[in-house]
Design a binder for this molecule. Structure first.
Ligand code: PHE
Length: 340
């Protein structure tokens, strides 16, 4: 009987020494094997029934001692396992504060929006009223009242998206001039900003782009004032060093008419690939209001004169930010927009 106890004790010690004490479940298996309801130590206690009355106390004490020592050893091992588990979870949950953060995307305003705001700011400061006009115009506002009758060859300059007979997506913001003069008496100063639409598409032309229109009507308004206003505007957009050039041109609604060029923003005017070697880049059209336009809106051209201009905002944005493709401006591409 005694040897059975010693054997069991040795077997336990042997097994314990081979158990991974950092592994709680391995210790639990060992505990059940020895101390569980059908465990080896429990079995010994159960077997005591067959012993004689004299043997029982000594044997009982020895088995009990064994049970206590097994229990103590198991508890010690469980403590170790618990600590090991804690150490493991601390290790795996460790935060390396030296690692770079996840980063975030900062929102910014669209380059076209910024230019719009600047244009409004500039002209508002000079006493111009701001009008948005409308995207859909009739033939009268988009062409006819602007001195462009149906058979006028200049209609070919702007390929039109027609919505119905005589109704179209506006091809320019100039129709806003007519609406404005129909509803306001001179003296008047206004700028209109908005989308315009043309059947056109390549690297620098899009079927939809934005224009800014300007109109000034008063007594004694001259071409010199137009030049002064737009030269200042160009400086505001491109900086003090920009040079301007008014190149004779034609628009049915202005006479005389001019194209406004600014010195090339890429080469400073020396001539490069972007300005096709000319040193200049076109940003818009302008001119003195044609008396025929005044006649269409009932303004006395003997008393009043005026000037008008129209710029492409997309073109200005492209020049200012060196954007190679106009379509990027409406691409909604985060990689593009994130640069502003
Ligand atoms: N509407 C003309 C265009 O779209 C620009 C312009 C506006 C020219 C006003 C003269 C006066 O090209």
């Amino acid at each position: 009987m005694h040897s059975q106890i010693t054997e069991l004790e040795n077997a336990f010690k042997e097994e314990l020494s081979q158990t991974d004490t950092s592994d709680g479940s391995a210790i639990e298996i060992l505990r059940l094997k020895y101390l569980g309801k059908k465990g080896l130590v429990t079995d010994l206690l159960k077997g005591m029934g067959q012993l004689s009355a004299e043997e029982k106390p000594t044997f009982g004490k020895l088995v009990n001692d064994l049970k206590v020592s097994v229990q103590t050893a198991i508890e010690t091992a469980q403590e170790i396992a618990k600590k090991a588990a804690l150490a493991r979870s601390l290790e795996s949950g460790k935060i390396d504060i030296s690692l770079p953060g996840e980063g975030y995307h900062k929102g910014s305003t669209h380059p076209l929006y910024d230019i719009r705001e600047e244009v409004i700011d500039f002209f508002y400061g000079m006493g111009f009223k701001v009008d948005l006009g409308r995207d859909i115009e009739t033939d009268w506002y988009n062409f006819e009242a602007l001195n462009t009758p149906k058979d006028h060859p200049s209609r070919d300059m702007q390929d039109t998206f027609y919505l119905a007979e005589g109704v179209m997506l506006r091809t320019h913001t100039s129709g806003t001039q007519i609406h404005y003069m129909e509803n306001h008496k001179p003296p008047l100063r206004m700028v209109a900003l908005g989308h315009v639409f043309r059947v056109d598409s390549d690297a620098t032309h899009a079927p939809m782009f934005q224009q800014c229109e300007g109109l000034v009507v008063d007594e004694n308004i001259s071409f010199a004032q137009l030049k002064g206003t737009l030269s200042l505007f160009a400086k505001k957009l491109f900086g003090e060093n920009i040079k301007t050039r008014f190149r004779p041109s034609f628009f049915p609604f202005t006479e005389p008419s001019a194209e406004l060029d600014v010195s090339c923003v890429f080469c400073g005017g020396a001539g490069c690939r972007r300005c096709k070697g000319t040193g200049w880049m076109e940003i818009g059209g302008c001119g003195s209001v044609d008396p025929a336009v005044f006649a269409n809106v009932g303004i006395d051209s003997e008393k009043y004169t005026g000037f008008a201009f129209g710029f492409g905002l997309d073109r200005i944005a492209m020049l200012r930010h060196h954007i190679p493709e106009i379509s990027l401006l409406t691409s909604n591409d985060q990689r593009f927009l994130g640069q502003f």
